[in-house]
Design a protein around this ligand. Sequence first.
Ligand code: HEC
Ligand code: HEC
Ligand code: HEC
Ligand code: HEC
Length: 127
Amino acid sequence: MKKIQTLAAAFGLICAAAMAAAPAAAADMASFKVQKHHEKVIKGCTFCHTQENAVAGNAFVVPDDKQCMSCHGTYEALAKKTDKLDEPNPHRSHHYGTGISCTACHKEHSKPAAYCNECHEFKYKLP
Ligand code: HEC
Ligand code: HEC
Ligand code: HEC
Ligand code: HEC
């Protein structure tokens, strides 16, 4: 009987520890909100942060473009959508062709900013 009580007490402690850790993890997740356009369609961090792309076991690094393209189609397909802008096509550019990383411009957890405008002043409406 004694033994069972000790076990129960130990189990209680483990639960308490787990419960104490949970809110901290939840707060962490909340600080990595996705963009409005992804809120309804993306149901979890692993849609972008895959184990396949992990660095030393950590999946929470800048995701590979492959992950974006798995839903948005090829670079060429994207470039077709932005061929008729008044400004140069960001998806097929003078310098980089279709080779520049999505996250050079589109951000997920912060405000996006067109990399081109480090040097130019293009009027993009970057989503
Ligand atoms: C699980 C599928 C999925 C993944 C992964 C994904 N997206 Fe999306 N994304 C969508 C859907 C669905 C929409 C809303 C419909 C649309 O506009 O295409 C969207 C919307 C967007 C928009 C806004 C488009 C607009 O017209 O306003 C941008 C920009 C975008 N995604 C970029 C990215 C980038 C960059 C990545 C990779 C870091 C990414 N997405 C990963 C599915 C995905
Ligand atoms: C050099 C900056 C830049 C890079 C790199 C870039 N984009 Fe974009 N993207 C833009 C801009 C600017 C727009 C909005 C153009 C506009 O309508 O003014 C846009 C628009 C989009 C849209 C909405 C297209 C539409 O009209 O329906 C999607 C989706 C998108 N980008 C996804 C991606 C993905 C995925 C990648 C990587 C494969 C990528 N972008 C790389 C700048 C970039
Ligand atoms: C739609 C794709 C997408 C989803 C979903 C997503 N992220 Fe991200 N994450 C990114 C991109 C893109 C970056 C690169 C920095 C940025 O764009 O803000 C990033 C960067 C990060 C980083 C920093 C990595 C570094 O080395 O700078 C962390 C941590 C992170 N995300 C955590 C999360 C968590 C936690 C979730 C789930 C609540 C999540 N992400 C969901 C796309 C995504
Ligand atoms: C590091 C600075 C820098 C960045 C970043 C940059 N450019 Fe440029 N760009 C230049 C310079 C310098 C020139 C003129 C020399 C040349 O043509 O390469 C130029 C020229 C151009 C031209 C030709 C202009 C003309 O009148 O013929 C286009 C179009 C252009 N850039 C588009 C882009 C786009 C789109 C991006 C983002 C995907 C971008 N640039 C990013 C510096 C930059």
